[in-house]
Each structure stands twice: as C-alpha cells, then as structure tokens.
Ligand binder design. Structure first.
Ligand SMILES: C[S@@+](CC[C@H](N)C(=O)[O-])C[C@H]1O[C@@H](n2cnc3c(N)ncnc32)[C@H](O)[C@@H]1O
Length: 286
C-alpha cells in the first residue's frame, strides 16, 4: 500500500470513528511511525510501505480509532515549542494555555526583583513551569500538584528540557504543599474547572484519558477559583500578580468572585477563538 492510500483509507476510518481532523491525525501518526516530518509525506505519496511499517501504522490507527489521544499515542506534545511528555497521569497541555504562558513570561521577565519567583499551582505535566523557567532564566519557579504521579511526569519534563535546577516541585493539596513564608511575584494556574456532572459529556479523548483530578472543578466548576480567591493573596508580594485560565463561559462569574474577595481584576483576555480565558489579578488588600 502506498503512503497516499494509507492516508486516504485511515482518514476515512478515523472519520467514521468520530475523530476530529482525521486527515491531519493520520498524517501525524504516519509521520511518527516512519520517523519523518509530516510534510515529507507529501513528497513520497507513491512510496510503498513495508509490511513491518504497515503493521505499526495499523496499530496506531486502531488506537486512535478507539479515541485514545494522539499525544498519548505519540507520547509527547509541544507546548510553546518545548517538548512535553504526556501519559494518563497528566492533562494533555492545551493550545489556549500557551497564551497564559506567554502573558506570564512577558510579565515575569519585566519584574525587577532578583531572583523573581513564580508559582505554577497545579502543574500537571509541568508545561507552564517549564515555559516560565525557559523564558525567564533569572526567575526561581515553584510548581505544586496533589498528584505524585503528575509530579513524576513534570520532573521528567523539566529534566528533558534541561531545567531541573530552575524548578522546585512541591507535593500536596493546594497551598499546603508550600513551605511557609515563600512570597511570589507571580502565581499562574490552569486549575481543574469542569463542573463534575459535565465530565461524562466530554469527548472520549478527554473523558476517558485525562485524569479526573485535572478536570473536576466541583459542582459548578469553580471550587479552585474559590480557594485561590481566599488563599492566594497571602502568598503574593504586594506588587505581585496572579494569572488564571478560566473555562469557556466562566470568566464573568470568576471575575465577580475575585472582586468579592477584594482582588483587582486588571484584565480579562480572550483566546484566539474569541473566548474569555485569562484573568490577570492583583490583590486589593494592603
Ligand atoms: C487542569 S490541570 C492543569 C495542568 C497543567 N498546569 C496544564 O495547564 O496543562 C490541573 C492540575 O491541578 C492538579 N490538582 C488537582 N487538585 C489539586 C489540589 N487540591 N492541589 C494541587 N493541585 C491539584 C491536578 O492534579 C492537575 O495536574
């Protein structure tokens, strides 16, 4: 079978299984199996696949057809250009979170404190902490998670990106994971924000493969914003900022919640699809 035939047949199969962007998905799987950049496939459409390669590709396509995430099958993803390994223990980093990372490193790199300090609350794969550490080499980054399994992946990703000495990982529930008297210039978080009852309605790639701990934000999805609104101020320097990702349609409720807790909402920014996503806050308490 030629490269083009594999692409066409597999794209049809994946489409019937309900996979989004099936042609792109098979191209990425095929490029991964053959160990070539995806665009190289276009130069070799008529190349015959060996029986061994065909066997490998069939297995990958079978897994994707069962709605296993592409990133789990390949084993990694790219976040702001950094390679991040992923498995069932961590949320697959999302493109919209790259915008939070960008806003965070832009702000942190302008901070005059030396060293500046930042906290990634609920680090998962470590993607935000890694992007911050790479882009702000003068900063000390701390990262927390309640999941030991996630922290193992995050540490591996820090090592993979040669950033182990820039990030301190802490295990535990919320701010209780941190040592006392450790004020931050910046707190970033993409907390779990899916309302518990909605998890069952999500795409199989998310519902069955992302850890529930990474998704479940409680009955209304806002549990972690309540915690951050009431607890984060005492961990932030008076000149500090907190930047949070919010779920689709949640930002107005979350903005009001923080205002009630005496935070100043500096901005609410939309992602590339126009959905309000990133809240930048400073504490209004003096
Ligand atoms: C939505 S994921 C975000 C992961 C990563 N920061 C990202 O943006 O891809 C939320 C993370 O918060 C962690 N988490 C859940 N409950 C927590 C808690 N009580 N304390 C600390 N972390 C928690 C989860 O294990 C998960 O890794």
């Amino acid at each position: 079978m030629t490269v083009l035939e594999v692409i066409q047949r597999s794209a049809g199969f994946l489409a019937r299984k309900g996979v989004e962007s099936p042609r792109l998905q098979i191209e990425l799987l095929l490029a991964h199996a053959l160990g070539v950049p995806r665009l190289k496939l276009y130069l070799d459409f008529e190349q015959q696949l060996t029986a061994a390669n065909l066997g490998i590709v069939r297995e990958l396509v079978r897994r994707r057809g069962n709605r296993e995430p592409l990133q789990h099958i390949i084993g990694s993803t790219s976040f702001c250009g950094y390679e991040i390994r992923v498995n069932r223990d961590v949320l697959v980093p999302r493109p919209e979170t790259e915008m939070l990372a960008e806003r965070a490193w832009q702000w942190l790199s302008a901070v005059s404190a030396s060293p500046s300090t930042a906290l990634d609350f609920g680090t998962g794969s470590g993607c935000l902490a890694i992007a911050l550490a790479a882009r702000c080499p003068g900063a000390q980054i701390h990262a927390t998670d309640i999941s030991e399994e996630a922290l193992r992946v995050a540490r591996e990703n820090a090592a993979l990106n040669n950033l182990s000495d820039k990030i301190l990982f802490h295990s535990g529930d919320g701010f209780a994971a941190l040592p006392r008297d450790l004020p931050f210039d910046l707190i970033v978080s993409n907390p779990p924000y899916v309302p518990s009852a909605e998890i069952a309605t999500l795409a199989p790639e998310v519902r069955d493969h992302d850890p529930r701990l990474a998704l479940d934000g409680g009955a209304d999805g806002l549990d972690f914003y309540h915690r951050l609104a009431s607890e984060a101020a005492s961990h932030l320097r008076s000149t500090g900022r907190m930047m949070l990702e919010t779920g689709d349609g949640q930002s107005e409720q979350i903005r009001r919640l923080f205002v009630q807790h005496k935070w100043v909402v500096e901005s609410v920014e939309a992602d590339y699809t126009g959905r309000s996503r990133i809240l930048t806050l400073r504490s209004g308490r003096m």
